[in-house]
Design a protein around this ligand. Structure first.
Ligand code: ATP
Ligand code: MN
Length: 483
């Protein structure tokens, strides 16, 4: 059998001097023609392997270069060097794959995140990305564990859809029609999608929510966790064209239940990582502290990564209405000194600078903003009763996080058929095409609610990575689709 190996993480935790072990991994460094730092991705800690002078041929030693893969068997011994308590005294060293030291792009030194983005196929082999992607994995696992513990059904909603009613952003079209101008046209001159693969125009999903609601109307509580696509041309540090979203949808929940669930969920995810990946968090905490040192004083975050995560575990999120949020902004020194680029008034879709002010300057903690103007929110959100004319609001809630901005968007859904139909009419959403959706309101409608958590934004929050491109394996962004 090939794979009789011990992972380095386990070895460093449980290894006893005197044991004979086999490890496999990649060379990080080889010093003094004797000391190999070997890494296998299970932890950022390398195992030190000693190739005693005279035990191995010069031919072999020459092949122990950074990036080469090795299979090593040897005895665990107590280390006399500093930095590790045990090391392996190599008995056999087998080079599984050579690595040309002259050409290998990852040198044992600090590389910029920008450079590493260009070699994203190799960046998993660095400490930063090792930690980020182990934590990403842990978060994904914790998502399923959280919902499973609470009896939610994991529903796989479709990736190709024909509905573009969500209005969450620009969609990517899915078609098999020829692109050379020969596609059949209707009499009016438009492309005739009845000739297309699905007999209609289709696109990649921007959200699984509408289908999720159908599931919630039978199972009570469901969640989706899958890829989502938005052709938004915003080249920001928190938008991807392909990202993963978690969308729970719950029958018999109102806005407050929805907020309570979202808050408990976020805390559970953070708690899981703190419990199971403390070493990776410590590493990322130090990495971020280094990065922050490069910034001018007034731009530095007030808390370090671990401090921030602990704070979020211990303190409830602030909850305010949109109307209150606008008032805070209008009363703020920043507004009075004309520091905002975009104007503030009731009815605006808050810009990122406004959200950041509320979260980072005013409250200094995550904030849930509720009851947004109906005009700037989607058709399915529940209309608030008793609004002043011109000040209609809906039971929406966005969770804003320090350093990230919007991390969750959700709402109580409009369960009253006639109210929903009226809203769809005003927003020019064709009710005939949405008849399947409206059936949930026709047959046993119930108050229900749900939200979407952007998975990469959550990974950003927990890892402290500033750019969303650094928390997904291979980022898809405007004008960039490598690997
Ligand atoms: P934003 O205002 O930041 O563009 P949104 O209002 O378009 O967000 P929703 O439609 O409510 O976002 O989507 C739910 C969640 O999905 C957001 O809270 C966010 O965490 C995440 N999200 C939205 N768009 C993107 C994107 N392009 N890349 C990564 N995550 C995203
Ligand atoms: Mn958006």
């Amino acid at each position: 059998m090939f794979n009789q190996r011990t992972k380095i993480k386990e070895l460093l935790q449980k290894g006893q001097a005197g044991e004979t072990v086999t490890v496999m991994g990649w060379v990080r460094t080889f010093r003094n023609n004797q000391f190999i730092a070997l890494n296998d991705g299970s932890t950022n800690q390398n195992i030190q392997v000693v190739a005693s002078l005279g035990d191995f041929s010069d031919d072999l030693l020459r092949r122990l270069t950074t990036g080469a893969s090795l299979k090593i068997t040897g005895e665990l011994v107590v280390s006399v060097g500093k930095g590790q308590s045990i090391e392996i005294k190599a008995a056999t060293i087998e080079v599984l794959g050579d690595s040309d030291a002259e050409k290998y792009p990852l040198q044992p030194k600090k590389h910029s995140l920008e450079f590493l983005r260009e070699i994203a196929h190799l960046r998993f082999r660095t400490n930063t990305f090792g930690s980020v992607f182990r934590i990403r994995h842990a978060l994904a696992f914790a998502v399923h564990r959280f919902f499973n513990e609470r009896g939610f059904v994991y529903l796989h909603t479709p990736i190709i859809t024909a509905s573009d009613a969500e209005g969450a952003g620009e969609t990517f079209r899915v078609t098999t029609l020829p692109m050379d101008g020969t596609a059949k046209r209707t009499e009016a001159g438009a492309i005739d999608y009845s000739e297309d693969f699905f007999g209609k125009s289709t696109n990649l999903t921007v959200s699984g929510q509408l289908e999720g609601e159908l599931g919630a109307m039978a199972f009570g509580e469901i969640y989706t966790f899958g890829p989502t696509f938005r052709a938004e041309n915003s080249n920001t540090a928190r938008h991807l064209a392909e990202f993963w979203m978690i969308e729970p949808e719950m029958a018999f929940h109102d806005l407050e239940d929805n907020m309570n669930l979202a808050e408990a969920f976020i805390r559970y995810l953070i708690g899981y990582v703190m419990e199971h990946h403390a070493d990776d968090l410590v590493f990322l905490d130090q990495r971020l502290a280094e990065e922050e040192k490069q910034k001018p004083q007034q731009e530095r975050a007030e808390m370090g990564l671990l401090e921030k995560l602990r704070f979020v575990m211990d303190h409830p999120f602030e909850r305010i209405t949109y109307t209150e949020a606008i008032q805070i902004l209008l009363d703020s020194p920043a507004y009075k000194k004309k520091k905002f680029k975009y104007d503030v008034a009731w009815g605006i879709d808050m810009q990122s600078e406004h959200e950041r002010y509320l979260v980072e300057k005013h409250f200094k903690r995550p904030v849930i903003v509720t009851n947004y103007p109906a005009k700037i929110k989607a058709f399915y959100m529940r209309q608030d009763d008793g609004c002043e004319p011109g000040r209609e609001t809906v039971a929406a809630m966005d969770i804003l996080a320090p350093g990230i901005g919007e991390i969750v968007g959700g709402s109580q859904r409009e369960e009253r058929l006639s109210k929903l139909e009226n809203r769809m009419h005003t927003m020019h959403i064709p009710a005939e095409e949405m008849s399947w959706y409206l059936d949930t309101r026709r047959y046993g409608t119930v108050p229900h609610a749900g939200f979407g958590l952007g998975f990469e934004r959550m990974v950003q929050f927990v890892t402290g990575m500033t750019n969303i491109r650094d928390v997904i394996a291979f980022a898809r962004t405007p004008r960039s689709c490598e690997f």
